[in-house]
Design a protein around this ligand. Structure first.
Ligand SMILES: Cc1cc2nc3c(=O)[nH]c(=O)nc-3n(C[C@H](O)[C@H](O)[C@H](O)COP(=O)(O)O)c2cc1C
Length: 194
């Protein structure tokens, strides 16, 4: 496939790849590494890309340490690499955690009961324990919890992470010359030396 020749085309290509990542669980961009300003990083499932506002959405447990980290310093870095396409995306933005509002409700509604079950976890994610634990109530480990319980107990722990992107660093590896460009929200987009 021909490489993008304009900065606009690079920006479109990056957003196409991210949208495909949100849509397709087999896409390499489906599982970005999400880094917080406390120098911690973790894999998260990319759930949605808002092309108009250049924002990404992830789902998380409101009790996870990353929510407090983002509240005290909202800077987020994200890393995606598609090894087949040989395209790396390094993204920078500002994160916000939301537990209420129309977008949170819609995200909860569109989640499967299997996905919602994770939010019944009795202990906060990343809490320390003396023995291995699945962090699910015993009675739902092998069965689907009923809707009322999910909407009450699990919903209370559900949050979305929205990341408003400020920069997209797009890097394409190629034998006959790499190509790299930086999209910036402030309009100062530029080609970069790879
Ligand atoms: C393949 C994979 C997908 C994951 N997806 C999510 C996710 O969508 N949301 C999330 O909060 N954690 C997800 N996790 C778990 C996180 O990587 C992390 O371990 C957990 O959220 C606790 O992170 P924290 O201590 O940084 O808050 C996923 C882990 C793996 C291995």
């Amino acid at each position: 496939m021909a490489l993008p020749d304009t900065l606009d085309a690079v920006f479109s290509d990056a957003l196409d790849r991210l949208e495909e990542g949100a849509r397709n669980r087999r896409s390499a961009m489906h599982l970005p590494v999400v880094a917080t300003a406390d120098a911690d990083a973790r894999v998260m499932v990319l759930r949605h890309v808002d092309r108009e506002h250049v924002e990404m959405r992830f789902h998380t447990d409101a009790r996870a340490p990353k929510t407090a980290a983002i509240a005290s310093d909202p800077r987020i870095g994200l890393l995606c690499y598609d090894a087949d396409a040989r395209v790396q995306l390094r993204l920078r933005g500002t994160g916000r955690i939301e537990t209420e509002g129309a977008e949170v409700e819609a995200a909860w509604e569109e989640s499967s009961n299997f996905a919602r079950r994770c939010y019944l976890a009795p202990h906060p994610p990343s809490s320390a324990h003396a023995a291995p634990l699945p962090n699910l109530p015993d009675d739902v480990r092998e069965s689907e919890p009923d809707e009322a319980r999910l909407n009450h107990e699990a919903r209370a722990h559900f949050a979305i992470l929205k990341v408003r992107l400020e920069e997209i660093d797009w890097f394409s590896l190629a034998h006959d010359g790499h190509r790299r460009a930086l999209w910036r929200r402030d309009g100062k987009s530029t080609w970069l030396a790879p």
